[in-house]
Design a protein around this ligand. Structure first.
Ligand code: ASP
Length: 317
């Protein structure tokens, strides 16, 4: 059975004009390390779920991505993180929202899936569960990132919120966005033909009121089902939530018989565009077919499979 791993590091207004050579190298190295670590699990006969976790942990530990260590700051100057994992072989899922000081939220999501008896924990209760399970914590300093801090300082006295990074577009009515997204995700198909998907994010700069996006919501930002596909989304979460993107792709395959690519195109390039929602997703099915699909200028992305295919790319085709 073909093994396949696909990852993303966010979608948005990613163009050659906005990237320096040095940034391109940093993203290349970050994505490659995540592919290496996830693929090693698959190659060793490991499970899709564990490959997804290995890739996402690598991305969470890299401050250039808006997840784990590189998470953006909330209105109160905190880092509040969301993550979810789903196992397509048994439809088990675990998700966490609004947690602080958890080094790898995706590991906590997996722990919730396996040992909490629940699917979705949030805030202080999730922190209590993390403590009980001995999940690795990190101090506030670990999450401090100068560029993300500066980006927050610029808008903290306003009602603006921003989907990662800064630069253009600090104007206009809410919701404000500069059309760049930094969430991370992975989907995998293992030797047994089982698939899994996961997503992790710091959400949006200057977010308020315990705002939660699509990433940790099973069926919106994350979904996996061996019968159809495994999906991880990135983009303007409010739209992905309302379009229930990940599950919609799965439904189009299950009920309408669309292929993976047709289903992804229908949701991302048609439905979501009509709603005004920007972003993309990565997808894999149980035969090892894969897709990158986005309606934004670019998406940080990578894939590797047992047919010798490998790709790391940022920009649109
Ligand atoms: N979808 C994420 C959210 O809305 C953001 C992102 O993908 O960068 O929280």
């Amino acid at each position: 059975m073909a093994i396949t791993l696909v990852i993303h590091g966010g979608a948005g207004n990613i163009t050659p004009a906005m990237m320096t050579k040095q940034q391109e190298e940093q993203y290349n190295d970050g994505l490659k390390a995540a592919l290496d670590n996830g693929y090693a699990v698959l190659k060793g006969g490991g499970k899709a779920v564990d490959a997804v976790i290995a890739s996402i942990v690598t991305l969470e530990n890299n401050p250039i991505f808006n997840a784990g260590r590189g998470s953006v700051f909330t209105k109160k100057g905190l880092n509040e993180m969301d993550a979810a994992i789903m196992d397509g072989s048994n439809l088990a899922a675990g998700a966490v929202a609004g947690v602080r000081n958890v080094k790898n939220p995706i590991v906590l999501a997996k722990e919730i899936m396996l040992h909490s008896g629940h699917v979705f924990l949030s805030g202080s209760g999730a922190a209590e569960f993390a403590l009980k399970q001995g999940i690795e914590m990190a101090p506030d300093e670990y999450f401090f990132n100068k560029s993300r801090y500066d980006q927050w300082v610029e808008i903290r006295d306003s009602d603006f919120y921003q989907l990662d990074h800064k630069e253009d577009n600090l104007k206009g009515p809410l919701p404000n966005t500069d059309h760049k997204f930094g969430t991370v995700g992975a989907v995998a198909c293992d030797e047994q033909g089982n698939i899994a998907g996961g997503t992790s994010t710091g959400g949006m700069t200057n977010k308020r009121f315990g705002r939660i996006g699509d990433s940790p919501i099973i069926g919106a930002g994350t979904y996996a089902n061996n019968a159809t596909c495994a999906i991880s989304c990135t983009g303007h979460g409010e739209y992905f939530l309302r379009a229930v993107v990940a599950h919609d792709v799965s439904c189009l395959m299950e009920y309408k018989g669309l292929t993976l690519q047709q289903a992804c195109d229908t949701v991302i390039k048609d439905k979501l565009v009509k709603m005004g929602g920007e972003g993309g997703l990565i997808a894999v099915d149980a035969k090892g077919n894969y897709d990158f699909c986005f309606n934004s200028a670019g998406m940080y992305r990578g894939m590797r499979n047992s047919e010798g295919k490998e790709l790391i790319a940022y920009y649109g085709a």
